[in-house]
Structures are given as C-alpha cells and as structure tokens.
Design a protein around this ligand. Structure first.
Ligand code: ADP
Length: 266
C-alpha cells in the first residue's frame, strides 16, 4: 500500500474543500475536511463510530450542508443541482406495502416515469442484482440479503455516476456480506461507477476498495489516505492472500495510530 492513489490521473467527480460541520448541539462532526473523489474510484471511508463518515457522505449527497467550507462538482454546469447520485443506507428502507418492482420503480416514478415506460429499466436493475424472478414479491417475503439487493437495484435504476453507500452490509451475516461484496465489485467493474463506501471494517475496506480514506473522531477528520494496489477482479483468492493480509495490517496500523491520537485528544 502506498500513499498514492491508483487512479490519480482521473479528474475529480466531487471535492470537499475544508469542510467543517458543527451540529446545533456544538458537536464538531467534521473539521476542515478536504477530499477529492476521482472518476472511477472505489473509495472507502474507514474509521471508528462517530468520526464523521456518515456526515461526510450526507454532505456529498446534499442531505446535509457544511457549516463552513465548500463542496465542488467540477463537471457541473452553473445552477445544476441534479448530480447523478444514488444513496444506499444501512437499512434497506423499502416500502413494505409495495412489490419489489414498485420499490425499484420509485426513483423513476418520482421523475415522472410510468411503471410501463420504466419496466425495462426496472427489470434490468433487478437482473443486475439477481432478483429478476422476484419483481412481484413483497419485502416481507425476502431475506435480509435480498432486501439489500432490492435497495441496491433501486439505487442503480437511475444509472448514477456516483454511488454513495453507508455501511450497506453491516447488518448482514458474513456469508451474505461476502456474496454482496463480490456482486458489488462485479457491477462496479462492469459499469465503471465511482463508489464512496462507508465502513468500520478494515477487512471489508481492503477487499473492496482501491483507496481507503481513514478518519478519526473528536473532531472528525481525515488522518490517512491509502491506495490498495491490488488488481481486480478480486475474489476468494484475494481474501486469503498475503497481499490482502498485508494491506489489512497497514490499514489497521493507520487506524490504530489515528485512534491513539484521538485518545490523546480526549
Ligand atoms: P460515523 O458515521 O463515523 O459513525 P457520524 O457522521 O454519524 O459518524 O457522526 C459524527 C458525530 O456527529 C458523532 O459524534 C455524532 O454523534 C454526531 N452527530 C451526527 N449527527 C448528528 C445530529 N444530527 N445532531 C447532533 N450530532 C450529530
């Protein structure tokens, strides 16, 4: 692992410039955070609970605004506010009364597309996550992993350029998580999105990403920016390789160092 990112030549999709977020209760969730996400990267934001990972992701998504600093979208035209983003939350957040098809159709429906017109795209998104046979099922009929797949299909149906994922697999059992990790990597490689993935798992961040941004708390900030120089496609061989364990050790050391600093600040 080096301090250089692998996709340094690609331009940034979005940049945070000295972003600070102070909540009304005076919690400084982020302090002076600067970060550029480049086209095609799979970036993990890794850090202990409370270090501001979700806050940073929500600011990129436009769900929260910085108290100071700026968010810049280099490719955007003046006045443009639709950034081609999708967000996947830790909970699948499906509508329980609606079918899988209706849940995945929702973002297109909100843009005024009828179910009939949207059908090919909804079915394509369901195929991507292996659920084309479950379009007429209801969420209660699905396992936890399947519900998360529906949530991912709903995020993909708009063909976003930037996919923001906030600990999407944290609530799943390990076997399901590994399977979804593999499916996500396959889709990322095939479609060339840019992904920002929040996790507190060193193992998951090394397995998935080509760049790990390590954060520390009190105040939330970036403390290390590591490239994972391991080739894709990655599979079980990578998970059991020396290369993988070496990268995990490096990320873990950087995280421990960050948490040591944090303890010193408390
Ligand atoms: P992480 O995702 O790394 O666990 P968060 O971004 O959720 O961290 O939170 C960072 C800090 O901001 C935490 O101390 C959290 O308690 C605080 N925080 C998050 N959201 C709010 C809010 N709406 N109001 C007040 N404090 C908040």
């Amino acid at each position: 692992m080096s301090l250089q990112s692998t996709s340094e030549t690609a331009g940034p999709v979005v940049s945070l410039h000295n972003v600070t977020k102070t909540f009304s209760n005076a919690t400084v969730a982020l302090k002076d955070m600067s970060l550029s996400i480049r086209q095609g990267e799979f970036v993990s934001l890794l850090g202990p609970s409370g270090c501001g990972k979700s806050t940073a992701l929500r600011i990129v998504a436009g769900l929260s605004s910085p108290s100071a600093g700026r968010l810049v979208w280099p490719g955007e035209r003046p006045g443009e506010s639709d950034h081609d983003i999708s967000f996947v939350f830790q909970e699948p957040t499906l509508m329980p009364w609606a079918t899988v098809f209706a849940n995945v159709h929702l973002p297109l429906k909100l843009k005024g597309e009828s179910a009939r017109a949207a059908r090919p795209r909804v079915m394509e998104a369901l195929e991507m996550v292996g659920l084309e046979g479950f379009a007429e099922s209801y969420p209660r009929e699905l396992s936890g992993g399947m519900k998360m797949r529906v949530s991912i299909a709903r995020a993909l149906v708009t063909k976003p350029k930037l996919l923001l994922m906030d600990e999407p697999f944290a609530a799943l059992d390990e076997i399901t998580r590994f399977r979804l990790n593999n499916d996500l990597l396959r889709l990322w490689e095939e479609f060339g999105w840019t992904v920002v993935f929040v996790t507190h798992s060193v193992f998951e961040s090394v397995y998935l990403s080509n760049r790990i941004v390590i954060m520390a708390a009190r105040p939330g900030r970036v403390v290390a920016d590591l490239a994972v120089d391991a080739p894709y496609p990655r599979g079980e061989e990578f998970r059991t390789s020396h290369l993988y364990s070496d990268h995990c050790r490096l990320a873990s050391d950087a995280l421990q160092a960050a948490m040591g600093d944090e303890a010193a600040n408390t």
